[in-house]
Design a protein around this ligand. Structure first.
Ligand code: 4IP
Ligand code: ADP
Ligand code: MG
Ligand code: MG
Length: 365
């Protein structure tokens, strides 16, 4: 922590590419980007892809953070982390074992630095099988004090959360039709690459209308039952204890008639990723109604603890025709926060809360 801003020295040449981010000088000292900048309270090192830097490190975030004494500094992934900084927080989303190992070692050697988030926790949600295991295991009665009354009150008041049935295939696509029949998975099915590695390919999904065509798919993949949900999904952004839910357009429902007439597997575009939000759209109120806040709060809290992550979002759909049956279909580490309304305020507050909790720990110790 730099409550006194003791290592700041003024140098207007600091921000040499004009992006508002702070740079280090040759001595590794951190300098204020403008002579009037407030004292440095928190130094955040970031290791992000250029796509992520563009979408996340927007000028409005950098400017607000700077006004609160938070500095963002690019990590040089080719140099040892311990030779850089010093950082209070390291924010990262990069693929690869080498980086994971580097950040893991750094976190262990520097327990005072907050690494957002631990690489093993990220790896867990980068696999479409393990990402949903924690949801499937959520024990709602336990959460509400193990009482039968609590369980029913919860179900009636705020709804049920589950995951679609799914199977994993790692080899031999020719066995898929038989396995799907044996396990009684219902058509249509969504085929998703097993591992999410940030590549476009890991988001190439298919909708399968018949079993025979499933043999054409390329493992490793998961096959997940498609759940009709009225074409709208809820993206629940989590930043520490903060939650924000938005509506996004999703795939349209598939009716029985359509299913009986069509055969094949069809790629579909990343509908829900489009920045066009469904929030202002003229939607059926039953489809548009947001999941109840207590449900989202419970889910976010429980998942944050179970997953060991502070930065993630969850894609939730509500089964069409039900008022309260929710399915979690996807969990993303460090998602596109840049599309979240007011993200710059939320993220800045979050970073300051990390500083505050460190400060409180020091006082207690
Ligand atoms: O999986 P869905 O629900 O579509 O959400 C995606 C994933 O989190 C992407 O991460 P990844 O590709 O690692 O899975 C992320 O891309 P980046 O992290 O590469 O930016 C997208 O950010 P935006 O493209 O900013 O929306 C976000 O919308
Ligand atoms: N089981 C499902 N039922 C209905 N629609 C689904 C299901 N799984 C995925 N979708 C649709 O496909 C989109 C992409 O799937 P998702 O699992 O979120 O993958 P990605 O990680 O690429 O976003 C979702 O936003 C939703 O529109
Ligand atoms: Mg998704
Ligand atoms: Mg995803």
């Amino acid at each position: 922590m730099r409550l006194n801003g003791e290592i700041s020295i003024a140098n207007v040449d600091d921000d040499d590419d004009g992006d508002g981010e702070r740079k280090e000088n040759e001595l590794g000292l951190i300098r204020s980007p403008t002579p009037t900048a407030p004292p440095t309270r928190l130094v955040v090192g970031y290791a992000l892809t250029s796509k992520k830097r563009q979408s996340f490190l927007q000028p409005k975030l950098l400017a607000l953070a700077r006004s609160k004494g938070i500095l963002f500094i690019a990590v040089d992934v080719k140099q040892p982390l311990s030779d850089q900084g010093p950082f209070d927080v390291v924010l990262h989303k990069l693929a690869g074992k080498e980086w994971s190992q580097m950040i893991e070692d750094y976190g262990q050697k520097n327990p005072n630095v907050t690494v957002l988030d631990p690489p093993d926790a990220i790896e867990h949600v980068n696999n479409r099988q393990s990402m949903l295991e924690d949801v499937a295991d959520l024990n709602l009665p336990d959460y509400y004090g193990n009482s039968v009354i609590g369980f029913w009150a919860l179900k009636l008041l705020i709804g049920r959360v589950t995951v679609p049935r799914q199977l994993v295939f790692t080899t031999d696509p020719s066995s898929i039709p038989h396995e799907v029949t044996k396990e009684g998975l219902k058509l249509p099915l969504v085929a998703k690459p097993l591992v999410v590695d940030g590549s476009a390919k890991s988001h190439e999904l298919f909708l399968a209308y018949d079993k025979v065509s499933l043999a054409k798919l390329e493992p490793p993949l998961v096959l997940q039952e498609f759940v009709n949900h009225g074409g709208v999904l809820f993206k629940v952004y989590i930043i520490g204890e903060f939650i924000k839910v938005v509506r996004r357009f999703s795939l349209p429902d598939v009716c029985k008639r359509e299913l009986s007439k069509i055969a094949g597997v069809f790629p579909f575009p990343r509908v829900s990723c489009a920045s066009a939000s469904a929030d202002g759209a003229d939607l059926d109120p039953k489809v548009a109604e947001l999941p109840p806040s207590p449900l989202l709060e419970m889910l976010a809290r429980e998942l944050r603890l179970r997953l060991g992550l502070q930065l993630f979002n969850v894609d939730i759909i509500r089964e069409y025709g039900t008022r309260d049956l929710y399915y979690i279909i996807d969990i993303n580490y460090f998602p596109g926060y840049g599309k979240m309304p007011d993200y710059e305020h939320t993220f800045t507050e979050f970073l300051l809360s990390l500083e505050q909790s460190k400060y409180e720990k020091v006082l207690v110790a």
